[in-house]
Ligand binder design. Structure first.
Ligand code: NAD
Length: 486
């Protein structure tokens, strides 16, 4: 029997007002129905906003220790249940069990980080005439809407919900419709940790319906969104001018292999960045720019490495790459491989649909072999557009100047990595590139949870950096300046 899941509104679990549901299936085997979830709409949004609006002032007035305590407890619960949650994450999103465990453990660390932030929400005092003291108060924004993607359904949500709560806000959380169960698990953990039940609403459903209704609701004070540029732009148009907005969007990240690079090291770095998480990371490596003398050898060695990648259900031992998360993404990725061929590029390896290729393990899932694409024309779409799958496009360059131009030749500006020991080139790149994250001798993926995260150009609206760093709480708080006279 299909398990039917519920929204969490006004401190109770309930179905969508209209009673509609949508299905959630395992991307490694689409016969496996995970459950049915509420297909919410504007009525559910109205009910959620009403209760969260009335609940947050009391939470904001609670002592910082109380807020920190809930987040520390939530971290302990997640750490205890990491394996169980990871198994569900693999079933719902497709990533390998190792990748899923890393994500589950990471959110425990995230919660601890933001628990600390609750205790560090400081204002400042300012030089003033003797008869008064001028100081700033840091206060919550109010009702924060959290809209998240499916690729890191736990960590993207945790790094928004936890700082929002730490600062004393109430939260309306809309997880991706691809990973509703992970959204529900996160809410369950926070409630079990003692969060006031009316402070956090969970609204399941489709972006175009409930997502849109949230962004248009006048009672929302801030929207923090991670997802595609197309949707981010739509949200920016939908919200009112006094709604605070944070947009973290796509990437077209490049690894740049300079002439002095060690070939084996470069291949290892690119493999991890391009095919880890099935290429479905916003910081995933989807371009490689390589010094021309190394080009042929790199294409050959990377293709050989990709050809050995073990693709299969994320639950199987030894599998390095799980399925793509949705059938829509599967079709889209394959269409990009076809575009590359049409453009005259050479598919050095992979890019094949593995569904129905005779292997019973792969017959019902969104499995694609990792692709290495070479000899692309300069204007190729694969060098500019986000594919969001295990497809890497390689292009040679002749000079560092040219590499710098090529690296920035996309509308995105999230992560770039360099493989080199040549310090002057690294320093120049780090200063001049229009990317928010610059990595040296490591993949474009993989970031420290306590460091600022965000991109330039279409990757981020630069409202405030996410994740860590001195300004991370700026998005979730307002500053009020007080002039205290005697
Ligand atoms: P998406 O933009 O399709 O959806 C993201 C979320 O927005 C989902 O919850 C969706 O339901 C909701 N949504 C869709 N339409 C909406 C609307 N009109 N109004 C309000 N909400 C709406 O993205 P996705 O396919 O879930 O995720 C993949 C994308 O996310 C990629 O572009 C990837 O680069 C990006 N991403 C970025 C980061 C980052 O930190 N920069 C991290 C992970 C993923």
């Amino acid at each position: 029997m299909t398990e039917t899941h519920l929204n969490h509104i006004a401190g109770e679990w309930r179905p969508a007002a209209a009673g509609a549901v949508f299905e959630d299936r395992n991307p490694a085997d689409d016969r496996d129905l995970i459950g049915a979830f509420p297909d919410s709409g504007p009525e559910d949004v109205a009910a959620a906003v009403e209760t969260v609006s009335s609940a947050w002032p009391a939470w904001a007035a609670a002592s910082p220790e109380v807020r920190a305590d809930v987040l520390f407890k939530a971290a302990d619960i997640i750490a205890r249940r990491a394996d169980e949650i990871a198994a569900e994450l693999t079933r719902e999103e497709g990533k390998t069990l190792t990748e899923a465990r890393n994500e589950a453990r990471r959110i425990a660390a995230n919660f601890r980080l933001y628990a600390g932030e609750a205790l560090r929400l400081n204002g400042e005092t300012y030089a003033s005439e003797a008869a008064q003291i001028v100081f700033s108060l840091r206060q919550p924004v109010g009702v924060v809407a959290v809209i998240t993607p499916w690729n890191f359904p736990l960590s993207m949500a945790a790094r928004k919900i936890a700082p929002a709560i730490a600062a004393g806000n109430g939260v309306i959380f809309k997880p991706s419709e691809v990973t509703p169960l992970m959204g529900q698990r996160l809410v369950e953990v926070l409630l079990e940790a003692g969060l006031p039940p009316k402070l956090l609403a969970l609204l399941q459903g489709r972006g175009a319906a409930v997502g849109k209704a949230i962004t248009q609701h006048p009672g929302i004070d801030a929207v923090t969104f991670t997802g595609s540029f197309a949707v981010g732009r739509e949200i920016a148009r939908a919200v009112s001018t006094d709604t605070r907005l944070q947009l973290e969007m796509g990437g077209k990240n490049a690894t740049i292999v300079l002439a002095d690079a060690d070939m084996a090291k470069a291949v290892g770095i690119i493999e991890r960045g391009a095919f880890g998480l099935t290429g479905q990371a916003c910081t995933g490596t989807s371009r490689v720019l390589v010094a021309r003398p190394l080009y042929d050898a790199l294409v050959e060695r990377l293709a050989a490495a990709a050809g050995k990648f073990k693709v299969g259900p994320g639950t199987e031992d030894g599998v390095q790459m799980g399925p793509v998360a949705t059938r829509g993404q599967y079709d889209r990725i394959l269409s990009y491989v076809a575009i590359a061929r049409d453009e005259g590029a050479r598919v050095a390896t992979g890019g094949e649909a593995l569904r129905g290729n005779g292997d019973a393990r792969l017959a019902y899932g969104n499995f694609i072999s990792p692709a290495v694409i070479a000899d692309l024309p300069a204007e190729s779409r694969l060098l500019r557009e986000e594919v969001f799958g295990p497809v890497v496009a390689i292009r040679p360059f002749d000079t560092l100047d040219e590499a710098m131009v090529l690296a920035d030749e996309t509308e995105y500006g999230l992560a770039v990595s360099l493989v080199t020991n040549h310090l002057p080139s690294v320093l120049r790149f780090a200063r001049e590139t229009r990317h928010g994250i610059v990595k040296v001798n490591s993949p474009t993926t993989g970031v420290s949870l306590n460091a600022p995260f965000g991109g330039f150009k279409h990757s981020s609206n630069q409202a405030a950096k996410e994740q860590g760093g001195a300004t991370v709480m700026d998005f979730y708080t307002r500053i009020k300046t007080v002039y205290l006279g005697g």
